[in-house]
Design a binder for this molecule. Structure first.
Ligand SMILES: [Zn+2]
Length: 241
């Protein structure tokens, strides 16, 4: 029984779609590019280098960061897929050797979902009709794997690396112009803060949350992380310097 009658006058709002799986890479990539590249600039500006050398350093850092980010995300996504593959191979063996136990688990999961005791037998029966059906049911319910939602390692790699580069731009761009190191750092800091706010704003537009609140939340969390990292780096430098 439906709790609210379906109403044809309410337009059907489409889902975010396949990009859903990559928003974490996009957010992580941009935020990391924004914060870590600015930290790199902050680190070298204190070293008395010329603006031209700082530009080269920051460019190298941005490219290295993007490659490292892309490689890390590729490996992480591949590892996740391999772990799930191994779990599903084991599940196939469980179904072969301990079918009753697996059907029992299935019944428990349907109870957790909220299927009523009267309908439980019928539902469990249908979802365990053959070994393949049971495996697919367990795949979704026990392991949370839906094939259309599986992340491509290549896309994850691309998004996190490319977006890291985009994020690093706020620290690169000021040094493309004839600025003093300190002024360049000041402009980069402002641009990075604006960038962090925009990341939160864009995310909130996709998730239909409060844009201003999410913009400031992202600015505060990532900004605080950056400030903390800067002071820890500074303290370590004082200790060993
Ligand atoms: Zn199992």
């Amino acid at each position: 029984m439906r709790e609210t009658p379906s109403d044809a006058t309410v337009p059907y709002e489409p889902h975010i779609g396949q990009s859903r799986q990559y928003w974490r890479d996009i957010i992580l990539g941009v935020n990391d590019g924004l914060v870590s590249t600015l930290l790199l600039v902050a680190g070298v500006v204190g070293g008395g280098l010329s603006s031209a050398i700082i530009l080269l350093t920051v460019l190298a850092g941005a490219v290295a960061g993007a490659i490292s980010m892309a490689a890390g995300e590729y490996l992480a996504t591949e590892s996740q897929r391999e772990i799930l593959d191994a779990e599903l191979r084991l599940e196939r063996e469980h179904i072969r050797d301990h079918r009753e136990m697996e059907v029992g688990q299935l019944a428990e999961m349907f109870t957790d979902i909220g299927v009523s005791p009267e309908k439980l037998d019928v539902v469990v029966e249908a979802f365990s009709e053959t070994d393949d059906v049971l495996l697919n049911s367990m795949k979704v319910l026990e392991f949370g794997v839906v094939d259309s939602e599986v992340r491509s390692s290549y896309k994850a790699m691309f998004f996190s690396g490319a977006l890291f580069l985009v994020g690093s731009l706020t620290s690169v761009v000021p040094f493309l112009f004839d600025v003093s190191p300190v002024r360049g750092l000041a402009i980069a800091s402002v641009l990075t803060a604006v960038g962090l706010f925009i990341v939160g704003w864009v995310k909130a537009s996709v998730t239909r949350r409060n844009r201003v609140a999410d913009g400031f939340a992202n600015l505060l969390i990532a900004g605080f992380g950056g400030v903390l990292a800067y002071f820890i780096g500074d303290a370590v430098q004082r200790l060993i310097g």
